[in-house]
Write a protein that binds this ligand. Structure first.
Ligand SMILES: [Mn+2]
Length: 408
């Protein structure tokens, strides 16, 4: 249970991929932490003479990972996702590819010995505050070659993206990466009037505040998911915010803003579908070509607006594109579901405990309608169901809420 044992496990992973050849498929998440992790690993592995193919995914979905393990005959390295889905990844792999998972989310045990789950949590390194996937990727890079120390600032950027500095400073392993970056003059620390640290990137000349930069990278990866966003996001990590990325970012922000405005206008005009405890809506294809992460962001954005019932759960659906960039077309007909809470209801769930939380409701309701089970918190949750199952999911949830209330 220590950083030293975590590094030992990384070395074991490196030995395995080296033994399997000089090609690797790098599968990563599309938020700032996932894109920074990919930038660190792609650079470090390329320097180590691997030829790297990157695949950016929004979530670990069984048909997607099955396609990856069927089509790519190289070793596969997952980063910033996969720890929890290690059993599903094992099923997809069927003993074929040398597979590493480098992740800071809650882990499950793989069932395939070819799958090595290098999960920070297995070594007592908390993925919540102490170590981001990008910092884990930076450690991986250092184990490949100590000269990869110049990538420390990218590790820091991902940690800021996952808001690991939310208590006022990066700590533990993230701080190790921060200190390496500061030492090289790539990051500057300032303490603001509230006594909190703020970090700026000085690697590319004029200081760039890192928190908004991480948000920009997340916008590239999320809003631009189905186009060039993830590639640009990775490049921004390595080159700074170059003009082409800046221009694309502005276009993407406009696309997002327009979709938000049109949806809000429609919800204000026509209202939500409502049950006793839930207000729900679907955007269908209206958010295309944005990634399905955006339905969650939109639900979060509107949660306290005056057209929202403050006592009801908010549920939004966004249909999934049948295409995944670099993986081709799938024959699914599915919709992503995101759930958020207005603040008064959140209070009842988290503080008063008079209403049931999403971490109980969503997996249970999803199971009843054949949906996929995903990581859920009490205040935010997501799942995927077949198109046509929207009402069944909602009524299953509504019933579960009612049952919980009758128990009280
Ligand atoms: Mn992360």
């Amino acid at each position: 249970m220590s950083k030293e044992n975590f590094l030992k496990e990384i070395r074991k992973g490196i030995d395995r991929i080296r033994a399997a050849g000089s090609e690797i498929t790098l599968v990563h998440h599309n938020d700032a932490d996932g894109l920074t992790s990919a930038a660190v690993l792609e650079t470090a592995l390329t320097r180590a003479n691997f030829s790297v193919q990157r695949i950016c995914i929004e979530r670990v979905h069984p048909p997607t990972i099955t396609r990856i393990h069927d089509d790519f005959t190289t070793p596969i390295l997952y980063v910033d996702l996969g720890a929890q889905a290690a059993p599903e990844i094992s099923v997809a792999n069927q003993g074929r590819r040398t597979t590493l998972i480098l992740d800071h989310h809650h882990p499950n045990e793989p069932t395939d010995p070819k799958v090595l789950n290098i999960a920070t949590e297995n070594f007592g390194l908390s993925g919540d505050m102490d170590i981001s996937a990008s910092t884990a990727a930076y450690f991986f890079a250092l184990e490949l070659d100590a000269k990869n120390q110049d990538l420390a600032y990218i590790g820091v950027l991902g940690a800021v993206g996952d808001e690991h500095d939310r208590e006022g400073a990066l700590i533990k392993e993230n701080r190790d990466a921060l200190m390496d970056a500061v030492e090289q003059g790539h990051v500057k620390i300032e303490v603001n009037a509230d006594g909190k640290e703020e970090y700026s990137l000085t690697r590319f000349g004029d200081p760039i505040p890192m928190a908004p930069l991480a948000i920009s990278i997340t916008t590239l990866g999320g809003v631009g998911y189905y186009s060039d966003g993830p590639d640009l996001g990775v490049r921004v990590c390595l080159e700074g915010l170059f003009p082409e990325a800046q221009k694309r970012l502005e276009e993407l922000r406009k696309i997002q803003q327009k979709a938000y405005e049109e949806t809000t206008e429609r919800l204000k005009r026509d209202g939500f579908y409502e049950t006793k405890h839930i207000q729900w809506f679907t955007v269908g294809e209206d958010f295309s070509p944005m990634g399905v992460k955006i339905i969650g962001e939109y639900c979060w954005d509107i949660r306290n607006e005056d057209f929202i019932d403050p006592e009801k759960y908010i549920v939004g659906f966004q249909n999934m594109s049948p295409k995944i960039p670099n993986l081709g077309t799938f024959d699914w007909s599915q919709t992503k579901v995101s759930m958020r809470l207005p603040t008064p209801l959140e209070q009842k769930i988290l503080v008063d405990k008079t209403m049931p939380g999403l971490s109980y409701l969503v997996p249970e309701a999803a199971r009843q309608v054949g949906g996929s089970i995903d990581a859920c918190h009490d205040y935010t949750a997501a799942t995927i169901v077949d198109i046509g199952k929207e009402e069944a999911l909602i009524s299953a949830m509504d019933k579960l809420i009612q049952e919980e209330l009758e128990k009280k």
